[in-house]
Design a protein around this ligand. Structure first.
Ligand code: C5P
Length: 220
């Protein structure tokens, strides 16, 4: 095995939640610590890759040596991903908010006279699907994540087809699993060649094992 299996490769990772403003002081977000994505960025760097980490707001320090591109919203994340291309491998580990408020106000919404605010939501761009279907600039390996609370593998299979990616890393994030915000993860790899279930490992070990698999798939 080569000592640095990803030497000469550019790996793009999205991580963390996005924050979609409601007004200047409130936002819609997902419950994502960014730990798994940051661990993947660190493992890709250790494997010799040049790494761009496009990250929503998290309480983590970027692994020294990665190029961090901090963003807040899904639209900013898509823009930052496009700017970072071309990449050999793209790993979409971010928990992107599916919707944003149609017209986020420039002023804080005040309680009271107007009654309860009524928000119209609009769908955010799907960053993974957009890049996976970009004929001109699609990275040779595109990996998505599926965080589910039930029917994990079934949903992952559907997602693989819908998004047009090469591999889905699926995990159970039901409250009982302790995965959300926790340090451990148990993943299923779902691709055209089948389903593989890995044992429970800490997120760093999951990241190293994933990165070594990505290296094999990208050079296959
Ligand atoms: O659609 P869903 O959120 O279930 O799919 C999860 C996968 O899609 C993850 O890899 C996530 O990073 C990606 N995604 C994205 N942009 C979105 C929604 C999800 O890149 N707007």
């Amino acid at each position: 095995l080569p000592a640095l299996p990803l030497a000469g490769k550019h790996v793009l990772v999205t991580a963390g939640p996005t924050h979609e403003p409601i007004d200047p002081v409130r936002y819609i977000a997902n419950r994502s610590s960014g730990k798994q994505g940051y661990a993947i960025a660190a493992a890709a760097l250790a494997a010799g890759a040049r790494v761009t980490l496009v990250s929503g707001p998290v309480a983590l320090l970027p692994p020294p040596g990665v190029k961090l591109v901090p963003v807040q919203t899904a639209r900013e994340m898509l823009e930052a991903v496009r700017t970072a291309l071309p990449a050999d491998i793209a790993i979409f580990a971010a928990a992107v908010a599916d919707w944003r408020v149609a017209d986020a106000g420039a002023q804080k919404i005040k309680k009271g006279a107007e009654g309860t605010p009524d928000f119209a939501l609009v769908e955010n761009p799907d960053i993974l699907a957009t890049i996976a279907r970009d004929k001109a600039r699609r990275p040779s390996l595109v990996v998505g994540f599926a965080a589910e609370t039930e029917h994990v593998v079934e949903h992952a299979k559907a997602k693989l087809a819908r998004k047009g990616c090469d591999l889905i890393v699926a995990n159970d994030v039901s409250p009982e699993s302790g995965v959300m915000g926790g340090d451990r993860n148990r993943v299923h790899l779902v691709s055209a060649s089948g389903i593989e279930t890995w044992p429970d490992m800490d997120k760093e070990a999951v990241a190293r094992a994933l990165v070594s698999r990505f290296g094999e798939l990208a050079s296959a």
